[in-house]
Design a protein around this ligand. Structure first.
Ligand code: KIV
Length: 277
């Protein structure tokens, strides 16, 4: 048997994330969908890379996250894991289970979670939902596959809710979310994403759980924050919700570079002699 530890010493584990919560050290999470971006994120010191099913929107151009398949998620996740391994190997990689890969039965969810873990060496899977998937989360974690939960705005249920507006603003919804968070923790999840809910509610959930909460549009009190990489880099100018902080305008930088390239090719100034053999 090969007894080498597959994880580099600095690799972020579920245990490490719990320690970070205990020490009030914030957890940084970003999405990535390909090798090159994963290398950059790992090099820059990100704690967790989420191979989000937002790939369906930002990578494939669908209107929602629903169309992406399990094989497409595995394709993206393999590239991301290779990217992390090519750099420091520090970042934890979590892969979203896509729509209808875990909702039919716990059996099928377990089979698909196993497929994701077996086909690439990611660290964990993420599932959206509360009470209705608690048994499934337990089934998956019981066999040793770490699960990250996801509550609040759940993009896979967008047709049920009909909008991307802030969730759990009513008291009964807030109580339900808190109950769901407790159930997902009890079922064995190691962390929970809280998407687009009032900050005060996120603060309560964060205080009541012993596992870390990772917020997106959920305020400052969460134990960590997650954003979509394309959004923080300004790759989609049309999309600028309040919870996104844009750290670069790469859309404009890339467009400018491409315009210059087109001009240089058309004018014949590229390639010059130094760029030729
Ligand atoms: O798919 C995704 O990118 C996500 C994050 C936005 C939390 O689930």
């Amino acid at each position: 048997m090969n007894s080498n530890n597959p994880l580099k010493p600095a690799h972020v584990t579920t245990r490490r994330l719990l320690d970070m919560k205990e020490k009030s050290e914030k957890i940084s999470v970003l999405t990535a969908y390909d090798f090159t971006m994963a290398r950059i994120l790992d090099r820059a010191g990100i704690d967790v890379i989420l191979v989000g099913d937002s790939a369906s929107n930002v990578f494939s151009g669908h209107n929602t996250t629903l169309p992406i398949t399990i094989d497409e998620m595995i394709y993206h996740a393999k590239a991301v894991v290779r990217g992390v391994q090519a750099e420091t190997g520090r970042a934890m990689v979590v892969t979203d289970m896509p729509f209808m890969s875990y909702q039919l039965s716990s059996e099928e969810a377990l089979r698909n979670a196993g497929k994701i873990m077996k086909e690439h060496e990611c660290d964990a899977v993420k599932l959206e939902g509360g009470k209705v998937i608690a048994d499934t989360v337990k089934r998956i974690t019981d066999v040793g596959i770490p699960v990250m939960g996801h509550l609040g705005l759940m993009p896979q249920s967008i047709y049920k809710y009909g909008s991307y507006k802030v969730r759990a603003q009513e008291e009964h919804e807030a109580e339900q979310l808190l109950e769901d968070a407790r159930l997902i923790e009890e079922a064995g999840a190691f962390a929970i994403v809280l998407e687009k809910i009032p900050s005060a509610l996120a603060e309560t959930v964060t205080a009541q759980l012993s596992i870390p909460t990772i917020g997106i549009g959920a305020g400052q009190s969460c134990d960590g924050q997650v954003l979509v990489i394309n959004d923080i880099l300004g790759l989609n100018r049309a999309f600028h919700p309040r919870f996104v902080r844009r750290y670069a305008d790469l859309g404009a930088v890339i467009e400018d570079a491409v315009r210059h390239y087109v001009d240089d090719v058309k004018s014949g100034s590229f390639p010059d002699s130094g760029e030729s053999y």
